[in-house]
Design a protein around this ligand. Structure first.
Ligand SMILES: [Cu+2]
Length: 68
């Protein structure tokens, strides 16, 4: 199990937080997601054999947010 912190831009409210959280949780291999709305930091625990940072980035961008 690995841990990564993503920098996400464009999240402004609880809905954004839920959208990003949900998009990541839907991916296979993601075990835990912590979204900090104030800082834009999204901490993810994941199985590196099933998912990678690139897939997380795509899932977040599909929701309309940017990953720095
Ligand atoms: Cu919002």
């Amino acid at each position: 199990m690995k841990n990564v912190t993503l920098d996400v831009k464009g999240m402004t409210c609880g809905h954004c937080k839920m959208a990003v959280n949900g998009a990541l949780t839907d991916l296979e291999g993601i075990s835990n997601v912590e979204v900090n709305l104030e800082t834009g930091k999204v901490e993810v625990n994941y199985d590196e054999g099933k998912v990678d940072k690139e897939k997380m980035k795509e899932a977040i961008e599909d929701q309309g947010y940017d990953v720095v």
